[in-house]
Design a protein around this ligand. Sequence first.
Ligand code: NAP
Length: 264
Amino acid sequence: MALAGVLGYPVGHSRSPAMMNAAFLECGLDWNYVKLPVPPALFAETVRALPASGYAGVNVTIPHKLAAFELADEASPAAEAIGAANTLSFANGRIRAENTDAGGLLEALEEPVAGRRALVLGAGGAGRAAAWALREAGAEVSVWNRTPRRAAALAEELGITHAAAPGPTEVLVNATSIGLTPALEEDEALAALGLAGTPPPETVVDLVYGERPTPLWTWASRGDGRVVGGLEVLVRQGALSFELWTGQPAPVDAMRHAVSPSGA
Ligand code: NAP
């Protein structure tokens, strides 16, 4: 049996084990994917011990994405450019870093973005990956952030535009943590994101997901355009990790079913 898992702190809430084990089962692979709650102080030594314990690779989540990139012996162009990794692969005594959050977003979009205006809300880790992915795919990307200097720094680094306030766009990506707190009402969420009184654009991606529809999802669903939820992005980044580790196409439908609120 091969092992894989997700390192985070905390990681108890993660839906990745259900999703990835459903994928292994669907493909008839004798793999097991586990939660690995690891505090930052133990991250490096834990990762280095994993290959000898039978692990082929791991996902990493908050707060380890930067540390994962720094620990790796080699990195993909995406991980290198974003400066963070959500996937590590162990082979031939080496640790390789990849960032499938970027590719996962583009796969979840399922539509070309080249030449279209894209606005990323948030300049944290997810915002960084989203902005880089959209720019690589040819979109005209701008980034807005609650703390403007972070957006300005990211915009300068990636050669994209810093939006002082959210303006008209064709593709909107929420990469802030707004919506994680269930108590937040839709009008409060829209106000916090500078979207109060604006209609939803053609395509909205809300990276945030939870037990209930997020405020941004509810707002976007009233428009005429497409809405892509955070669970779909989770599935697509997981599918890319699966393919890296196993070399096989990922069973995306089985993974989607495992994380859907009515599935599992
Ligand atoms: P992070 O690095 O901590 O960044 C948080 C971002 O949210 C920052 O831009 C922050 O702005 C902003 N923010 C926080 N509170 C805010 C508020 N009250 N009003 C406006 N902006 C606020 O987190 P992250 O790793 O980028 O993750 C962001 C979200 O994306 C999380 O909800 C995470 O679960 C989700 N995510 C989903 C997937 C997926 O596969 N679906 C993958 C990755 C991340 P400041 O700079 O001003 O603090």
